[in-house]
Design a protein. Sequence first.
Lengths: 309, 424
Amino acid sequence: MKHLVSIKDLNIDSAISLLASSQELALVNQRQVKKLPTLRGKTVVNLFYENSTRTRISFEIAAKRLSADVINFDASTSSLSKGESLKDTALTLEALGADVIVMRHPMSGAAQRLASSDWIRGSVINAGDGSHEHPTQALLDALTMQQRLDLGSNFKGLKVLIVGDILHSRVARSNIFLLKLLGAEVSVAGPETLVPIEISKLGVTVHHDFDQALADQPNVVMMLRVQAERMSKDLFPSASSYVKFWSLGGHRLAGLGPEVVIMHPGPMNRGFEISAEAADDPRSAVLQQVTNGLAVRMAVLQTTLSGGN
Amino acid sequence: MPIILKNLTLADGSRSDIRIEGDTIVEMGTISGSGIDCDSLIGLPGFVDPHTHLREPGFEASETVLSGSRAAAAGGYTAVCAMANTLPVADTAEIVDAVLDAGAEAGYCQVQPIGAVTNDLAGKQLSEISQMHQSRANVKMFSDDGICVSDPALMQEALAQVKVFGGVIAQHAQDPERTQGAQMNAGALAIELGLTGWPRLAEEDIIARDALLAEQTGARLHICHLTTAGGVEVVRWAKQRGITITAEVTPHHLLLTEELVRSYDPVYKVNPPLRTDADTKALIAGVLDGTIDVLGTDHAPHSAEKKEAEWGHAAFGMLGLETAASILHQVLAGTGSLTWQLFEQLISSRPAALTGLSDHGQLAVGRKANITVFNPHEDLAASTISQSLSSNNPYAGMVFKGRVQHTLYNGIFTVRDQKLQELK
């Protein structure tokens, strides 16, 4: 596996194997000395066209724990803001000897464009492209589900409900693709404007009523962040109506079974799509997700750079 | 030296020789004496493209009138209509005359300028439509192509103005409100790929609206690059109603589908977008039943940096002139309903009538020798096309059945034995 651009780059064996490597590497993160020599001498560039402190830091720490040299190439402080093309940036990074480019980009398909170009020889890891995919997020979510629900490599029968702005969410897409690949059942819920019915063609059940969706008794409820920039576009009537119909809290939180896992990719809007009580509930796996992000990104870096898996 | 083309098969299936003296066809039928043997080749009136982007003035890194004319000749065209979205925009008599002159200077085909409908394509105020019509370029077709004339009052006024001299408005049917940021055909694949969708309705209801405006004004309306099954139905309805409407389809919308967008390769990024297999089938049905009148290439060259980018940053458009006839031949042959008469109508006689290019579109004694000889027996590897300054060719790797053997423009070979001729 040279690149990780999309969950579709994986088959079930490579996905399970990545999750197993991640589980092993998670142990490293619990040791006194949290460092392995695996990527010594390798250069990892975090190329971020979109601000994301959390994801960038996660990739940075992951690379450093594997002893790689890490460079952060930030759009706001570089030639990128002077209008340099992706091609020229890529050629520059190639000339500087980048072995891996971890890219976050506001445009769907940007990572695939870079990976399929002849501008670079190194690997591309997609850290989120527009509304398309965020594959490491889906992997860390799957790892969290495995740990919480003791799934091993068997996701069959697992029911996952994803709630919110599915249409614009790369987290939702990558989760849908990965969970379907692993054999889980996925349903999605949200207002019609954010969850158009065509989404069912991705192989998911569509709900336009949160309570009905919860009545199917999902094992995992994944809440998506509502992006503030969507608020102005008439996609839902008001913040208060969104909270009423689509927030996880109150009676919905109370109605969840004791084994249900609450997830959120962060950053959370407490009091909006998720109540403070739900976020801090023992059933919430939000911080475990963050921790698992490190292990998954270490595994992905190691796998792409070794060309194995 | 007169030119004699021997043993041509004409579109109606008859056999004929053609003798050309100067720029004129002087004799047809069986002609004594030797000539260029065209046995088993098809003799057609020179091809006419109602929809070309030549990029000059303003974007000469992408294409010039000369390079675009050479690409046109290589594709069997003897006339092309140059869209107005240049820099400056072709919205005055001076600019359309300059494009006309550049075409004559190049000499590879007739270059007929299309005038902008609105000043600077801004959609606010009508351009100098009458002056452009009365200029040497004698503009009869007007279009803001690339942008829709979305204001219905302005569209109605434009139709009323061209009605006076029998002109035509060529509409790029795209409701701007519902296609903000649109990147590809709306639907399940757009959702899967995370790209903003381009709803079919945003095309279809502009066609319906403008058909009613054409009915109201009695003016001629031409719909550029139809892409949807629903659009074909709307045009079919308008024609049944007696509205003076014509419709165009591009080679790429007949052949390619949105599945190609999965690659995120911007060579497949085009406005209007590639649609689905069901749409291409409906477009082909529309071609066969006469709902769609003409093939227009929408040849849209872009210099490399405009395509060597992320999908979202890349420019819309693809090359078309050099492959159009071969694709049309392949598509029609694929239906089992290929007739050379339909082929000729789609690529020559109807576009000539649509655009008022009276020196084209008909093979007859006394007419200008604008002739394309098509070879249906040899293949065209799309990767070998080479005349455009740009290389945004979506067909690389594809091979089409049939290719242009000779092109004669005003009695001069621009292509002979599949080779573009150097005129100067």
